[in-house]
Design a protein around this ligand. Structure first.
Ligand code: GLY
Ligand code: MN
Length: 312
């Protein structure tokens, strides 16, 4: 997920760039070295060119992203089977890492988020050092980097293997937004319009969950929409060589782009944070979910958690 601030679409790396803006980077040193070694060459910035090229993936790039997604599917199933009451968040992280290394992946795409209970309401929580208590739901946001191409997925599941009725309500609300919202990832749609429609979807679900009042929503200040209390991040970013990949968000969606879709609802007062995230390839005819094999239906998740753990 990413926050919008000062009119810019920010990924986590961009926050870091702001703080370290005036420091010499490895890249600065490399450029200086190159200019000194080859003083007669002419130098131009390639960023504008790569920014236009990178959002459109070639077949080879898509194949690598699919491979990253496939590894993440197996990793997730492993986590589901390892999970039990009182396990530590970092123990589940270890299951991810095990499968990643075993599968020949390069590394985690980013420090994974394994957040049990209310920890899931801290958006970039990744200390992963808490106990997963019976009755809590875990939010798992992780990515696999394979041959420098990334996946980025989020799933939620109950520590004890069975969703409570409230967890089910919240989960199904987010799942509905994911299913409906991802239909907007198609050629010609503007990112801003997609985000606006996703916000409407989430807002409706928040009313149905009893978290917002319909009359108050109807009279809300449009500059300060009430849904932001429970849903406060962007829900689609380019993905590829970077998890938050390079590209202009003013550019309408096109065939060949791969974007995440990641709505969420966070209710700290109930100790529930839920986000669901898939990676979608846009094509002319249809949008393909590269992470379709990662279990997402409640019944599927409960069945895997209940299955005999053959490898533990
Ligand atoms: N999945 C982490 C993020 O998109 O920020
Ligand atoms: Mn993401």
């Amino acid at each position: 997920m990413a926050f919008e601030a000062d009119g810019f679409y920010l990924g986590h790396n961009e926050h870091i760039k702001r703080v370290t803006f005036d420091q010499e980077t490895q890249q600065d040193r490399m450029v200086a070295w190159c200019k000194k070694k080859y003083p007669l060459h002419e130098y131009y910035r390639a960023a504008k060119i790569t920014r236009a090229l990178r959002p459109i993936k070639s077949e080879e790039e898509i194949a690598l992203m699919q491979k990253a997604a496939d590894i993440s599917v197996v990793s997730f199933k492993r986590v589901l089977q390892a999970c039990k009451a009182n396990i530590k968040e970092f123990e589940l992280e270890a299951e991810l890492t095990y499968n990643l290394v075993k599968s020949g992946a390069t590394r985690h795409a980013f420090q994974p988020i394994v957040a049990s209970g209310k920890n899931a309401c801290a958006l970039h929580y990744n200390t992963n050092n808490d106990v997963c208590n019976d009755g809590e739901m875990i939010l798992l946001d992780f990515g696999v980097c394979y041959a420098n191409y990334n996946s980025d997925t989020t799933r939620c599941f109950p520590v004890n293997g069975v969703f409570s009725s409230r967890q089910k309500e919240v989960y199904n609300a987010v799942l509905y937004c994911l299913k409906e919202g991802s239909k907007l990832l198609k050629p010609g749609v503007l990112h801003a319009d997609y985000e606006q429609q996703m916000a409407k979807l989430v807002e409706t679900q928040l009313i149905q969950l009893g978290l917002l009042n319909a009359n108050e929503v109807a009279q809300q200040n449009p500059d300060k929409p009430l849904y932001k209390k429970y849903f406060m991040h962007g829900t689609a970013h380019y993905i590829g060589l970077d998890v938050h990949d390079i590209g202009l968000y003013s550019r309408p969606f096109e065939a060949g782009m791969v974007l995440t879709c990641e709505p969420g609802i966070y209710i700290p007062e109930e100790g529930i944070g839920c986000r669901l995230e898939n990676d979608y390839l846009i094509t002319e005819k249809r949008t393909i979910n590269l992470t379709a094999e990662m279990p997402i239906e409640i019944k599927e998740i409960e069945a895997i958690m209940a299955a005999k753990k053959t490898w533990l």
